[in-house]
Structure formats: structure tokens, C-alpha cells
Write a protein that binds this ligand. Structure first.
Ligand code: SF4
Ligand code: SF4
Length: 95
């Protein structure tokens, strides 16, 4: 089991309220706003790695996820979550 799988197991076992707090904390750490694929698109959502694709961003102009603290915190392994969907979807894992 890798770090992301361990973290997901831990998070899914949390009460809903605590899980929501974790999501908000991760959103506050998300650096998508500084990314070239995000800037100027009108997108306001964040945390695509956990909550799913953007309905607005469609062009991949570079991805800043590799610089984001959520990557190390959650054990993320993919990129372009805004266009390619969540870590779970990109791994083909159903949650
Ligand atoms: S990994 Fe990417 S999508 Fe996820 S919080 Fe960080 S910048 Fe946002
Ligand atoms: S998921 Fe990656 S490509 Fe998309 S906006 Fe966030 S940092 Fe940029």
C-alpha cells in the first residue's frame, strides 16, 4: 500500500465533519491559482486532485502540482488533475 492509499483509508474512516475540515485545509494549500493552465481561465475552484476535473479548464499549458504541498501530504503521484480528473480516477480506483 503506498502513501496515497494509506491516507485515503485514514480519511475515509474519519467522521464526515472531520473529512470536510481536511478538504478545506487541503484547499487552502492548493497552488492551482498560480498555474499557467489556470490563470486567466475564469476558474475559481481548487483541489481538482481530490474533487474532480474543472468544468472550465481544457488546455494543458503546464501543471504546477509538483510544487504543491498537498502532493507530499497526500502522496499524490499524477498531474493535470483539472483536465484528467482526481488521483483516484487516474489510478482507476473507485472510492
Ligand atoms: S496537487 Fe494540484 S490540484 Fe491538488 S491541491 Fe495541489 S495544486 Fe491543487
Ligand atoms: S491541476 Fe495542475 S494543471 Fe490543473 S490548474 Fe492545478 S496545477 Fe494547474
Amino acid at each position: 500500500m503506498d502513501k496515497w492509499e494509506e491516507m485515503m483509508k485514514k480519511i475515509m474512516a474519519m467522521p464526515a465533519e472531520e473529512r470536510m475540515k481536511r478538504i478545506e485545509l487541503s484547499k487552502s494549500m492548493c497552488i492551482c491559482r498560480s498555474c499557467p493552465s489556470y490563470r486567466g481561465t475564469g476558474e475559481t475552484e481548487l483541489l481538482f486532485c481530490g474533487t474532480g476535473k474543472s468544468t472550465i479548464i481544457s488546455k494543458e499549458m503546464g501543471c504546477s502540482c509538483g510544487l504543491c504541498p498537498v502532493v507530499a501530504h497526500m502522496g499524490l503521484t499524477r498531474l493535470y488533475y483539472c483536465t484528467r480528473d482526481t488521483e483516484a480516477e487516474q489510478r482507476g480506483v473507485k472510492i
